[in-house]
Structure formats: C-alpha cells, structure tokens
Design a protein around this ligand. Sequence first.
Ligand SMILES: Cc1ncc(COP(=O)(O)O)c(C=O)c1O
Length: 439
Amino acid sequence: MFFHGTSRVNDRGHLEIGGVDVIDLAKEYGTPLYIYDVALIRERARAFKQTFEKHGVKAQVAYASKAFSTMAMVQLVEEEGLSLDVVSGGELYTALKAGFPPERIHFHGNNKSYEELEMALQHKIGCFVVDNFYELSLLEQLSKQHGVTTSILLRVTPGIEAHTHDYILTGQEDSKFGFDLNNGQADEAFEKALTSESFKVLGLHCHIGSQIFETTGFVLAAQKMFKKIGDWKEKFGFVPEVVNLGGGFGIRYTNEDDPIPASVYVEQIIAEVKKQVAELGIAMPEIWIEPGRSLVGDAGTTIYSIGSRKEVPNVRQYVAVDGGMSDNIRPALYEAKYEAVLANRVLDENEEVVSIAGKCCESGDMLIWDLPLPKAQAGDYLAVFCTGAYGYSMANNYNRIPRPAVVFVENGQAQLVVKRETYEDLVKLDVPLKAKVNK
Ligand SMILES: Cc1ncc(COP(=O)(O)O)c(C=O)c1O
C-alpha cells in the first residue's frame, strides 16, 4: 500500500489521515479536498533542522513557501522554528499576515517589482536574494531612500544540471535566474554589491533544480560556489557569512521514486562545506537550505468524488473526477505521476486498470494514466497521494471551477485552513458592463 506519514486504513475500510476518516471530511467539506498530515510536515521539518543541530552547524532551513503558501502553513513553519522563503508580494503578504517574524524571511524572485522591494524593506525582512543587475540597482536606490544597509545573497547559476525534468531545471547556464558564475556576471555583480554602502553581502545562493534524488549536484554546486568565494577572498578579502544551497530535495510520488532521507542530503552538504572552508582557511559560514516539496509534498492528499466513466473499447477506461488540472496542474505541465486509491474501499481488490480524467475542457487534463483500481463507480472517492506541493499553490479557476478547501489533520482533529471558493467568489472581482443608455 502506498501510504505516507499517519495514513492508514481504518476498520471501515476507509483511508484515515491524522486519525481522521477522510470520507467524513469529504462529506463535511466537499470535494475536491486537500488534506494535510500535519504530523508528517513536522517530522519532515525536524529531520532537516535536527541534522544541522546534531552536527553543531549554524543553519537556516527556509521553507520555500511557493510549494504551498497559506496563513496556517506559515504558522506551522513558525511553530517549527524554520525560516521562510517568499518569491512575491503575495507570499510576503501571507507571511506577514500570519505573523511570521520578518527577520526570518528571505525574498526571492527574478523580477521583484519596485513595490515588492519597497514592501519588503518597510517590513525589514531578513535577506534579499538578488537575482540580476536591474534588481541590484533598484534595491540599492531603495535602500538609500530608507537609509538602511540591506543584507543580500547573490543568486548564482553554477552551470550544473540536476537530474530531473527539463522544465524545472534552474541551475543550468541558460536560465532566467541568477548571475552566471562562469561568464563574469557573478564577479561584476559581486564587486558592485561589495563596494556599495547600501549592501551587506552575506554570501551566495544557488538552486540547482527540483525533485533531485542524489547528493552529487549539491556537492558540485558547493564546490563551484567556493571556487568563486576563493577568488573573491584573494581579491577582496571576502569571507561569506552564509552559503545557501537552495531546495530541490526529492520525494516519493510513486513507487518508481527512491528518495534519500533529509539527513543524508544535509550531511553531504555539511561535509563538503567543511572541506571547502578548511581548504580556504576561513570560518564556517551558516548553511541555508530551502526545501519546499520535501516538507509538504507527501503530507498532502487530494480527495475527489468519482463521476462519469467512458469506455473506449479495447483501448481504455476513462474515470472522471470532480477536479483535475484546476487543482493539480502538475501532470499536464510536467507529466508528473501520482498514486491513488479508492478512499472509501481501500482494501477492495483491484479489478481493472483505468485512467483518471479531470473535468476541465482539455484533452490534456488527465491526472493519472493506467491506474489499477477496484471497479470504481459514481459516488466513490478517489484519494490521490503526494499532492501537498505545487498543488493548491498552482490551483487556478480554469473553466471557472472554484478552488478546493484545505484541511489540516493531526491527532484525530481536523481544522479547515482554507475555505472552498464559492461561485460568488469567482465573480467577486468582475466588473459588469454599465447598463446601456438608450439613445
Ligand atoms: C530558489 C528556490 N528555492 C527553493 C525551491 C524549492 O524547491 P523544492 O520545492 O523542489 O524543494 C525552489 C523551487 O522552485 C526555488 O526556485
């Protein structure tokens, strides 16, 4: 059985998460419904944090809130003592509204606007991860206006390809993100930042990709960054206070995925940084990382109601659910794969192989191809596992489908943390045409 965290089958043959029967939740809150296993999020967060603590290495584990940003999630991150990475005014606003300490917020993004930078400066966030020359000069200008010295990391592209789907690679040279380490851009940006009175350059940042299952990429990235740090030490006497190796730690979406524990990534990163530091003869910097998916991905499960079926004789059985690319765009966007079970009949024998279709008007709106299931009928519930990252956060209103509710479960208790959108919400921002004046 493909279960994570506190998921199990209860004596009604139903899927239970956090001690709560998901069918009861589906009936109470409707479907589609995102359910988060809070204990599993805590466990994942602690695994990263405690490995640094065990090795006595100063660190910040910053949750990449793009994976799933809501006020309740931000509060949970705060409870677990993590930092927070935001990439937009909206994510920043969510964090501030949730009462997250601004000094533990890091601001990312390749096109931060004047207003977003201004907002972040006003709230005195901890660090800006500067992505390009435009931002460097805009932030310098704004820092002068505020009369502050702004702490920054420079985001660099180390030219390393992580082994993952092409569309979610960000560390290669041909990337919209960051200053290139190899073509002189990083050097130019560094010198500008270092000589500016408006900046305190804490160090470097890189993010080499997503859904990475081995440690080599992180080790290579650290080596490349320290090579540059060595140059800058020679030239400017620079010693970094922070080295940030981004996120991208892989999770098990299906049985084909074979992730390694958080502690292994962290230990390899620590070992490499210690080695590099010893070679350069400098003090150990803080190590920052930014896990998103690996904190929330497998803690999220989506419950759908099953509706129509269509048989294409001798070809395929389509089974349609009441959501699709509007609540989980990853299969359509990245050909992402998922596992699922019938949540109300988990122990029934599989009898057929079906393909799970969404309800959006796109042939590409398919959630899962070729899934073995018991004979599924209208009224059954489908639980799709590992939808916690980039599910709700990428949800949209295509076909004017309201976005689902989100429920947190822990220790037998359920709490609604995002309400289901209503049809009224969908038209809330629409401005109708003015009544025609008859001439
Ligand atoms: C800069 C940066 N940090 C962290 C992350 C989080 O990655 P993941 O969710 O794969 O851990 C991303 C994802 O796109 C990113 O761009």
